[in-house]
Design a protein around this ligand. Structure first.
Ligand code: 3PG
Length: 305
């Protein structure tokens, strides 16, 4: 009997956990849960007899892979797989997958929640501003970026996007104006919403020079990864541009240094973008089904290594 371990430091909603268990057990597999673990040791022990692993932002590095001799597949229930050591997986013959698109709407909705909270002065009683008629730049037009565009149009924002991997016509068909470079996107847009993955090319790629191109009243919205920001540049833009604001789904490492700029930033205390019941259900069930598809039919459609 295949054993599936669901190892989530930040647990799924109860409904998602129940549905994962139901899908796994229906297939005749065993389903175990390790939730809210407090040490890596607990994860290392729990993976010892697992053949499949479902995770979220949980770190699956070479040590975790080495502690799981029976492991055949790890599925990141979500989009970004920068928390998985893909090389270690490949070396041990472990297939790594994600569940693209399953939690994207939740992330997009949070981007707007944070934007409104910030432009309404964090609800402190002072007059704020509105999104209607403002320019929004979507940096990377993938699953989340497309949901952001759809919602932005409801707010009657002027929507631009930069993504060298997406056909301009596809953006135009969705009412989005494609731009030819990141510089152009940041130069045009008062609000920029980040949706790039964190990898060797993108880490620390958003810095002072780019941010300083943004028009007056600039707001950077980060529901992607904190690692894509060059934090020295971030501190500098806060110092040099009094109009610059930043909202991010989890705080940058330099958060303490930003204390003098209180009121101009908001950071979620925990990564909350995908933390809705709907997103948990979608991503969790997709992960469970992908594991069964892999064992039963060798289906590797969502393989990322
Ligand atoms: C993702 O990459 O899918 C999101 O960042 C969600 O991460 P989480 O599952 O840890 O909340």
């Amino acid at each position: 009997m295949h054993k599936v371990l669901v190892a989530t430091d930040k647990p799924f909603a109860a409904s998602a956990a129940q549905q994962i268990r139901a899908i796994v057990e229906e297939a005749g597999y065993e389903c175990a849960f390790l939730e809210k673990y407090t040490s890596k040791q607990q994860l290392l022990e729990a993976v010892a007899d697992a053949e499949a692993l479902i995770i979220r932002s949980d770190i699956v590095d070479a040590e975790v892979i080495a502690a799981a001799p029976k492991l055949k597949i790890v599925v990141r229930a979500g989009a970004g797989y920068d928390n998985i050591d893909l090389k270690a997986c490949t070396e041990k013959g472990v297939v790594a997958m994600n569940t693209p698109g399953q939690n994207s709407n939740a992330v997009a909705e949070l981007a707007f929640g944070m934007m409104i909270y910030q432009i309404r002065k964090q609800f402190n009683g002072a007059s704020g501003t509105e999104l209607m008629g403002k320019t929004l730049g979507i940096h990377a037009y993938g699953n989340v970026g497309r949901h952001v565009a759809r919602i932005a149009k409801g707010f009657q924002m002027e929507v631009y996007a930069f993504d060298p991997f997406v056909d301009a016509a596809a953006m135009q068909a969705e009412g989005v104006t494609p731009v030819g470079s990141v510089d152009e996107l940041y130069g045009k847009c008062q609000f920029v919403s980040l949706h790039i993955p964190a990898n060797d090319k993108t880490k620390k790629s958003i810095g002072f020079e780019l941010l300083s191109k943004m028009p007056k009243g600039a707001m950077l919205v980060n529901t992607a990864r904190k690692e894509v920001i060059d934090e020295e540049g971030l501190k500098k833009i806060f110092e040099e541009r009094k109009d610059f604001t930043y909202v991010s789904d989890i705080a940058p490492d330099c958060a303490a240094d930003l204390a003098p700029f209180a009121g101009r930033f908001f950071f979620t205390p925990k990564k909350m973008g995908a933390q809705t019941e709907e997103a948990n259900n979608n991503a969790g069930m997709a992960a469970a089904r992908q594991i069964i598809g892999f064992f039963e039919h060798n289906d590797v459609r969502f393989k990322v290594n």
